[in-house]
Design a protein around this ligand. Structure first.
Ligand SMILES: [Zn+2]
Ligand SMILES: [Zn+2]
Ligand SMILES: [Zn+2]
Length: 380
């Protein structure tokens, strides 16, 4: 009995350690904004080697990518080393050297060491010849005039310093982070930084296009409606260069458009919702179409708001009896968009996240209604 109990306890501590380790590792690698703001990131932990982004942008990211790859690829080895400290675990250092380690663990340790060595080798290769093999330097080198190998070797530094100087200036524009990535526009450059990737391209050698849009009712950061745009950035210096993509908030699109010198192509099927009202109107339309419809017996009149569309909705109390909503006896008088704008105008401007669950008075009879009480006319 006692033996069984001890076995179970050992298993428990191993399982607990495994869950805790990989959960922490996962949060460390792709953690939410809270972890980032708490400073638990590679660039904060190794800041004395990596330096600061606002002091030397190019060097900072060259080192940040290298350190990130090195640290993240060491996480599997860290798990083994941690496991050797868990009491009675099969993993321990001495059995690793005398060959008595379980086959599963042997395989695991070999794979993780090989992975780490492979990554370190890549980083060593990057660092050779004054980092000239690093992906960031290769990006920059595309835009350096090669005049003899000696000039070319050092000239990426000149370009790099130009970029860092531009980044230091306060007139640069940076979008907010979506996940780990963000877009930065300086006087002459467009740059994207992400967890394992940084791309740079001069403003006059690029095409920009909005390829896709996606709406979410709720964003975890602000608790309100958001639209993300997927922006494709394609360097034009060579047809072989692959484009890169970055997600931006639609509310930042206007500022971005002003910051870049080039026009941004938008595919015709994409409507960019730049304001909270535009975003709300889209959500409003979707929501009321899922309500019960209303069959009107009388001929439908014109909307008295815009005098362009026909009236499209009727207020019918559909929500439950405990709500403060009242019965409206008005004829259908409004189109969907005019009613949406009226409804939005009666909400708390500072808290868009409450709009869909709020209520508004009927524009004519002042009877209170909520989102559930807006019925689309069945003939529409
Ligand atoms: Zn109207
Ligand atoms: Zn009414
Ligand atoms: Zn109601």
């Amino acid at each position: 009995m006692r033996f069984q109990f001890r076995v179970r306890k050992m298993e428990n501590s191993r399982v607990l350690f495994s869950i805790l380790y990989w959960l922490c590792a996962f949060l460390f690698v792709v953690g939410p904004a809270e972890i980032k703001s708490a400073g638990i990131t590679v660039e904060n932990l190794f800041s004395s080697w990596i330096g600061r982004e606002d002091v030397d942008f190019v060097n900072f990211h060259i080192k940040r990518l290298s350190f990130t790859a090195a640290v993240h690829s060491a996480l599997p080895i860290g798990y083994f080393l941690g496991m050797t400290c868990v009491s009675d675990s099969a993993a321990n250092i001495s059995s690793l050297f005398n060959g008595s380690l379980e086959f599963g663990w042997q395989l695991y340790v070999c794979t993780s060491i090989l992975l780490h060595i492979a990554v370190l080798t890549i980083i060593f290769y990057w660092s050779m010849d004054d980092w000239s093999n690093h992906p960031i330097v290769k990006d920059i080198s595309l835009y350096v005039n090669h005049r003899g190998s000696e000039v070319a070797r050092s000239s990426w530094r000149v370009r790099g310093n130009e970029i860092s100087n531009e980044f230091r200036r306060i007139d640069k524009y940076a979008t907010s982070y979506t996940g780990w990535s963000r877009l930065i526009v300086t006087e002459n450059w467009i740059m994207m930084t992400a967890l394992y990737k940084v791309r740079l391209v001069p403003q006059d050698k690029v095409t920009l296009a909005v390829m896709q849009s996606e709406e979410h009712d709720i964003s975890p950061e602000s608790n309100s409606m958001v639209q993300f745009l997927s922006l494709r950035i394609k360097p034009t210096v060579s047809p072989h260069l692959k484009p890169f993509y970055v997600r931006i908030l639609s509310t930042e699109f206007k500022e971005l458009k002003e910051a870049v010198m080039r026009s941004i192509l938008t595919l015709p099927n994409i409507s960019i919702l730049q304001t909270v009202d535009e975003m709300f109107l889209k959500a409003f339309r979707e929501h009321i179409h899922s309500n019960r419809s209303f069959s009107s017996l009388t001929p439908v009149e014109q909307c008295i708001g815009c005098m362009q569309n026909t009236a499209q909705i009727k207020l019918v109390k559909n929500c439950d009896s405990s709500s403060p909503c009242q019965t409206c006896a008005c004829r259908p008088l409004w189109c969907i968009d005019c009613m949406g704008r009226w409804y939005a105008s009666r909400q708390d401007r500072t808290r868009p996240e409450t709009w869909l669950s709020g209520n508004a008075p009927c524009p004519m009879c002042r009877a209170k209604f909520c989102m559930l009480d807006i019925s689309v006319l069945a003939s529409n």
